[in-house]
Design a protein around this ligand. Sequence first.
Ligand SMILES: *Cc1c(COP(=O)(O)O)cnc(C)c1O
Length: 394
Amino acid sequence: MDKLIYLDNAATTQVYPEVLDAMLPYFTQYYGNPSAIYTFAGKAAKAVNEARAALAAGIGAVPEEIYFTGGGSESDNWALKAAVETFGREGAHIITTKIEHHAVLHSAQYLEKRGCKVTYLDVDENGFVRPEDVKAAIRANTALISVMAANNEIGTIEPLREIGEIAKENGILFHTDAVQAFGHIPLDVNAMHIDLLSASAHKINGPKGIGFLYIRKGTKIGSFIHGGAQERQRRAGTHNTAGIVGFGKAAEMAFHDMAERKEKETELRDYLIDRVLTEIPYSRLNGDRTQRLPGNAHFCFRFIEGESLLILLDQNGICASSGSACTSGALDPSHVLLAIGLAHEIAHGSLRLTLSEKTTKEEIDYTVEKIKEIVERLRNMSPLYEDFIKKQAL
Ligand SMILES: *Cc1c(COP(=O)(O)O)cnc(C)c1O
């Protein structure tokens, strides 16, 4: 195959041509500042508000609850840092999990250094947070519960509704990092009792550098970026009109055929998982078999280094990841794989393949053949594997 095979859609996605087309006029034609008074800027302001409405509708929110940000990382930083500040930093306690994205984990660590207390909940072997653990961790001074909607590495979908109910019963703010889930699986801020929700455009075929934080009406939470009065005085900075329009268009497209897209990706994902597990010895699937993101497959192959596998796949035109884009290049095994209880040497041999609705069966077949070849080749060079086989033979 001469074609590039892109199986890293959890890291970022292609901007769809329809999305780009929707964005383009807002660079050269309707470039007015949406906050300006004159009619010329009105076109931009209207486009921003239409996008806001489309995004809100996708999660059962109202448009005034959507606050545009510079992406998922900013939304996560905002939710954690501002929630704690509003609560009163001295003695505030946060409940989160060991498998969050670094935008949440590193914000929590930052707050810990400034006097906050943080509980990092364990997860089970499939990556599920147990709602009863959330309940047991609640203290009198708990300011926020932050649990991701779906994990970016192993794809596990968390029991948001149960956790939201616990948060609500106890009058505690509930934030979810929904960057991997938004536009891919159904989310409802009311049914799930979510007060704060982070989303990002570039994970749903929109542009990079634009996201939002949903803030439930009436939630006491201050600003994170200070300056002008944009976004109802809660998030300063001239609107990224084209980015916002692109995000709105991408969300419209994602929500329009979410059910079919989900079914198609799930079918191909299950085919991929079945082939890998049956055809490659000493391989394992990470994350739950069914409660996982439609496009996510995540494996560990014993006796090999994930990095070597990625390099050899790249030489065959296949873009894949060992897990989180943020830890690629780092030598430590993924915090998510350690949290689900994998030994270091097994966690090192990880491979994440994330599909899109455009991924084909031919691409998956080619990829599985290449993985088989490469894993065998790497194992044949591995002293660990040699020892293992010798011991098996005894
Ligand atoms: C990608 C991602 C982020 C970061 O979003 P950006 O828009 O890239 O800043 C945060 N959380 C999760 C779960 C992600 O997958």
